[in-house]
Ligand binder design. Structure first.
Ligand SMILES: [Zn+2]
Ligand SMILES: [Zn+2]
Length: 172
């Protein structure tokens, strides 16, 4: 949603309440992730003597699968931020996450929300941070069972090393 800031900029009001529903088709696509259809977004825009702030909160529920054991995962990404609103052209460094810029008297709320959501979205979706995953040899779910292939073949030192790289690579 784009919010018309003219009343705030002209001083007619010093606060605009934000409460709307975003269609999840507006959200970016993530592999194997299905978002709830509608996302409630709340917040406010305030003007305190020319110092304008945008604050937004939202909780976006999604369904996905665990990256390790493939079990269904239902989780929520929480959004809660405040940013300084600056006039068009004031923003020198457009990569600065603490600012949002007015364009033609309007502020793109969805864009600010989605940027923050991407930053907060897990790199790796897991059913549990300690999920043991599936045995790469026989496919058994190691959270609920065990198999001889793992205990025989993986040296404990190697297991530590594998776990280290697994935590380190961040995206698969
Ligand atoms: Zn899992
Ligand atoms: Zn196995």
């Amino acid at each position: 949603m784009k919010l018309d800031l003219r009343k705030l900029l002209s001083g007619e009001t010093d606060r605009i309440e934000i409460d709307y529903t975003l269609d999840s088709s507006e959200l970016p696509e993530f592999d194997d992730v299905t978002f709830e259809n509608e996302v409630r977004v709340k917040g406010e825009l305030t003007n305190n003597g020319g110092y304008m702030r945008l604050s937004l909160t939202s909780s976006i529920s999604y369904d996905s699968i665990c990256a390790r054991c493939l079990k269904p995962v239902h989780d929520t990404v929480n959004i809660d931020f405040e940013k300084t609103v600056c006039a068009q052209g004031d923003l020198q460094n457009t990569d600065n996450d603490d600012y949002v810029e007015i364009e033609d008297g309007m502020l793109d709320i969805d864009e600010a929300l989605i940027e923050d959501m991407i930053l907060n979205f897990p790199l790796k979706i897991l059913c549990d941070k300690d999920c043991k995953g599936l045995c790469p040899k026989c496919g058994i779910d190691l959270n609920t069972g065990s198999c001889s292939c793992v205990t025989k073949e993986i040296d404990p030192r190697l297991a530590v090393l594998l776990k280290f790289f697994d935590n380190d690579d961040g995206d698969n």
